[in-house]
Design a binder for this molecule. Structure first.
Ligand SMILES: *Cc1c(COP(=O)(O)O)cnc(C)c1O
Length: 363
């Protein structure tokens, strides 16, 4: 049983994808055209924000958001170490210093107390990660950002479909940054990303930054970049976006099945106060993680670890990050205990039952 079977998703969408592809082919417009605009409007609606600016990747969504928020050399951004490295790479790309806060042991997301201790005079932004599809403690982090005058930027790369306090991820701070990497809850068939925001002038700035600094054709108002979404990905993403609510329901149902099946023997993820999990990943915790993985592998069940090496222990990043006061003891412990089990909308209930039986047999 593979950890993820994306071919099942593309098979179920094949007809709609082919129609979308043919339309783009016939249109003669391939980058930042009408299909990107349609997708941006639909994704803004789905995120409950006024604006959405599509870009080339989730990393670019973070980097351009930070830049548009004024983060640059000499500044610090407080984030976490139990994330995919692009969270930190985006901060470095602005010339700023990532400062790593520890996480809450239950939700595995940014601990607001640790984040508060990591703030210095140079801090410009808080960058919590809605890890595995569960929102960070946005109530406390919003309050902290407000009290300290910081920009709150949500790393929503794993959080399409996640909700905090009745509002989707991506509309709680200054901006939300999404990734449409194919394995994410809302995936393209290539790279893509988007920024959601209620701030009209920030959205305008992002539109300039993603396209050479243009304010209109051939007129650059500031220095910019090339980080555009193409029409094919936008058309495919609109097809996928219509399925996102059903996919999220399916993920939540499978997660409930797992919890009922082995929640008594293995620490399982769940909703948290005010938060609806979207189960980008179903990450359990076991002090005997490696033995559990071997036992499941022996039964043909593939598992994964997200992430085995926290960012501050990655050779590419260990010397360029600063660790906040108090260190990262929870992050360190979790990196040794976490294990991701197969969970995606197309997983069959017979397969889920096999996973449950295998986990119980090992317990
Ligand atoms: C995937 C991911 C990113 C980066 O997205 P890309 O589209 O691959 O650039 C950033 N942060 C987190 C938490 C991610 O999971």
């Amino acid at each position: 049983m593979p950890f993820l079977a994306l071919a099942r998703r593309t098979a179920s969408l094949r007809r709609e994808y082919e129609r979308a592809f043919r339309e783009v082919l016939g249109s003669g417009r391939f980058i930042l055209g009408p299909r990107v605009e349609v997708f941006e409007a639909a994704f803004a609606r789905a995120s409950g924000t006024r604006h959405c600016v599509a870009v080339a990747s989730g990393t670019d969504a973070l980097w351009l958001s930070l830049s548009a928020a004024g983060v640059g050399p000499g500044d610090e951004v407080v984030t976490v170490a139990n994330t995919c490295v692009p969270t930190v790479a985006a901060i470095l790309q602005c010339g700023a210093t990532p400062v790593l806060a520890d996480v809450d042991p239950e939700t595995m997301t940014m601990d607001p107390g640790s984040a508060a201790r990591a703030i210095s005079r140079r801090t410009r932004a808080l960058l919590p990660v809605h890890l595995y599809g569960l929102c960070a403690d946005l109530g406390a982090l919003k309050e902290l950002a407000r009290a300290k005058g910081l920009a709150l930027i949500e790393d929503c790369a794993q959080a399409a479909g996640a909700v905090y306090g009745g509002r989707p991820a991506g509309g709680h701070g200054l901006v939300g940054a999404f990734s449409f990497y194919p394995t994410k809850n809302l995936g393209a068939l290539g790279d893509g990303g988007a920024v959601t925001t209620d701030d009209a002038s920030l959205a305008e700035r992002l539109r300039r930054l993603r396209f050479y600094g243009y304010e209109k054709a051939q007129v650059s108002r500031e220095t910019g970049h090339n980080s555009r979404l193409d029409e094919i990905q936008a058309a495919l993403l609109s097809v996928a976006l219509a399925r996102l609510p059903a996919w999220t329901r399916s993920r939540r149902n499978l997660a409930a099945l797992y919890r009922d099946g082995f929640g008594d023997v293995l620490a399982c993820p769940d909703d948290a106060p005010r938060r609806r999990h979207s189960y980008h990943l179903f990450v359990t915790r076991s002090p005997r993680r490696d033995a559990l993985r071997r036992a499941l592998a022996a039964k043909g069940i593939e598992t994964a670890v997200h992430y085995p090496i926290p960012v501050h222990r990655q050779r590419g990043y260990d010397k360029v990050c600063r660790i906040g006061p108090g260190g990262l003891p929870v992050t360190e412990r979790l990196s040794r205990e976490i294990v991701s089990l197969p969970l995606y909308p197309e997983l069959r209930s017979s397969e889920a039952k096999r996973v449950i039986a295998a986990v119980r047999a090992h317990a």
